[in-house]
Design a protein around this ligand. Structure first.
Ligand SMILES: C[S@@+](CC[C@H](N)C(=O)[O-])C[C@H]1O[C@@H](n2cnc3c(N)ncnc32)[C@H](O)[C@@H]1O
Length: 256
């Protein structure tokens, strides 16, 4: 992103309305905003209101000439897109993480069709796509030594305990991530370390030792597969930027 933001901005062109899905702290956005020519406005969309409003205020302070219009919404659902004060050349959806990989194929196409509606004719998408690589590299990344992914995965049980009246003992589950080569996806599991029964909203659920709960899938694509997928949703791949080892890509798609 850092090295190619200038080329990405050239591809997007002047006067765009930049709409970010899941903007979070808008960290990567700044790399792009620094290069964009005269953007019409920036619309960060995030489901987490407090975080969104704080990041939008910070961004407005850092880019005083830019109109920043935060929208608190689920980006997969319907919401009203705000109208910026200035005229817009084109709408560009910015989705830089590799979240598209978390959708199964049919759902990814549906989601991209929704994105196409948001950006409209003449619009585009700048999207991050994790690429296929060898099993060892992938499994190492998802079973990282610092245990960051494991904590993230186990946190799901903590939330279920908090929000769904449940009593999972986090010490009795272990994170495991495996690459399913045929399906081209990483599958994350929480594996039960014992025979046990957990109560979920008053219902008993039994686990055998070694039984896993599948918590997440993350699809990896090669460039041709992704090109075919976006085509089905009505997009064409115009540009692809990758790191030197071609492990990750950022792609610019335009509405066909
Ligand atoms: C990893 S952060 C994104 C980071 C951000 N792109 C950046 O560069 O700083 C993911 C964000 O997406 C938001 N999010 C996840 N699912 C969402 C959804 N369905 N609708 C809206 N926001 C969502 C989360 O609240 C979180 O702030």
């Amino acid at each position: 992103m850092r090295e190619s933001a200038g080329e990405m901005a050239d591809r997007i062109g002047p006067g765009c309305l930049l709409i970010e899905f899941g903007s979070g702290s808008s960290t990567k956005t700044r790399l792009l905003l620094d290069e964009l020519r005269d953007p019409a406005a920036y619309v960060p969309i995030d489901i987490s209101k407090e975080h969104l409003m704080r990041s939008a205020a910070d961004l407005s302070a850092a880019y005083p000439a830019l109109e920043v219009i935060p929208v608190c919404a689920d980006y997969t659902a319907d919401y009203d897109l705000p109208k910026p004060r200035r005229a817009t050349e084109r709408r560009v959806v910015y989705f830089p993480g590799s979240t598209i990989g978390n959708f199964h194929r049919a759902r990814a196409i549906e989601f991209l069709e929704h994105v196409r509606e948001v950006c409209g004719a003449n619009g585009g998408v700048l999207i991050g796509v994790d690429l296929k690589k060898d099993r060892e590299t992938l499994e190492r990344a998802y079973n990282d030594a610092k245990g960051i992914t494991a904590d993230f995965n186990l946190n799901l049980l903590e939330r279920i305990n908090r929000e769904l009246r449940s009593d999972f003992d986090l010490r009795l589950f272990r994170h495991r991530a495996v690459y399913h080569e045929g399906a081209g996806r990483i599958e994350m599991y929480l594996v039960s370390l014992a025979d046990q029964t957990v109560e979920l909203d008053g219902e008993p659920i039994s686990f055998e030792k070694g039984e896993g709960i599948r918590t997440e899938c993350s699809y990896k694509y090669d460039l041709e597969e992704f090109r075919d997928l976006v085509w089905e949703a009505g997009f064409r791949v115009d540009d692809v930027w990758t790191d030197p080892e071609a492990r990750f890509s950022v792609q610019y798609l335009s509405v066909v």
